[in-house]
Ligand binder design. Structure first.
Ligand SMILES: Nc1ncnc2c1ncn2[C@@H]1O[C@H](COP(=O)(O)OP(=O)(O)O)[C@@H](O)[C@H]1O
Ligand SMILES: [Mg+2]
Length: 285
């Protein structure tokens, strides 16, 4: 089956003057299959945002090609189709609400797609329900918290019925409560709505929730696999200037001290289960 996103041999250079060309992507190959929740991590400047912007034709490759459901992003006649298939949410919640009320903002995308008014009403209601923002229809952006603004931005994308949503560090500027709200929404999109999610983040605790973790380093893909696989190599991650999740770190320290850990735990719950199993094995007799 054609993947949602197929990135083939893509390099991208930002053109400054002669001296300040930046090669932000170097021969990158990635396929994102339908229905998968992918996290992208990597140190600052590793190329995550540049990669994201290739996924819905905000940037076109300097070399190589990007296909969205088989549509080449260079094909200008497909631009609307591509943008409707892959929606994008950015880091700064304040730059994303374009209308004066929540309702108008969420309706903006479908209106541009020529969706009839009664259908727009239905989509706005659905999208706001999905992001837990029903009741805020008439609120203005200034009345909302950062987390609420991000959820409205997500609703605006969802109302266009995309197959895939790319979120570029949507939680980076939020307080812990806002982060949790947005994360809950992102997980719901992936698990209940069957939307393909590409979630760029610098929080390892968010990456562990994904089905697949792609690690970027200086414009290249350094690691790509399931979260347990990727977080099982703490030394490799540290070389890539990344942390391992705290629970994973703790498990490594325990095994370094001779405790036989059965797996690489990714969450507090998993670590607790493992420790519990170890203790009952040791003391239950
Ligand atoms: N508009 C731009 N002009 C020139 N260089 C840029 C621009 N945007 C990003 N870069 C450079 O490209 C590289 C990759 O940046 P980016 O994709 O934003 O990385 P990340 O999102 O992982 O922090 C960095 O070296 C960055 O400085
Ligand atoms: Mg970025």
């Amino acid at each position: 089956m054609e993947p949602i996103i197929r990135i083939e041999n893509v390099s991208y250079t930002y053109e400054g003057g002669e001296q300040d060309q930046v090669e932000a992507l170097l021969d990158v190959n990635v396929r994102v299959d339908a229905g998968v929740f992918v996290a992208v991590i990597g140190h600052n400047g590793s190329g995550k945002s540049t990669l994201a912007k290739h996924m819905n034709a905000i940037l076109l490759p300097t070399r190589g090609d990007v296909y969205v459901l088989g549509m080449n992003t260079r094909d200008r006649s497909m631009l609307w189709n591509i943008r409707q298939t892959v929606g994008m949410v950015f880091q700064n919640p304040d730059n994303q609400i374009v209308a004066t009320t929540v309702e108008e903002d969420v309706a903006f995308g479908p209106e541009n797609l020529g969706v009839p008014p009664h259908e727009i009403r239905r989509r706005v209601d659905e999208a706001l329900t999905l992001v837990d923002m029903r009741g805020y229809e008439q609120a203005g952006p200034h009345q909302l918290s950062g987390g609420q603004k991000q959820r409205v931005a997500i609703a605006g994308v969802i109302a266009m019925r995309p197959k895939c949503i790319v979120l570029d560090e949507p939680t980076a500027m939020l307080d812990p409560v806002g982060r949790q709200e947005v994360l809950r929404t992102v997980r719901r999109l992936a698990s209940e709505e069957g939307i393909t999610v590409v979630h760029i983040t610098h929080f390892m605790s968010e990456a562990v929730m994904a089905d697949r973790v792609i690690v970027m380093d200086d414009g290249r893909i350094a690691l790509d696999g399931g979260p347990r696989e990727v977080f099982s190599s703490p030394d490799a991650l540290r070389r890539l200037q990344l942390d391992v999740p705290q629970v994973t770190e703790l498990a490594f320290e325990l095994s370094r001290r001779g405790v036989k850990m059965p797996r690489t735990p990714l969450t507090v719950k998993e670590l607790a289960e493992d420790v519990d199993a170890l203790l009952s094995g040791r003391y239950a007799r």
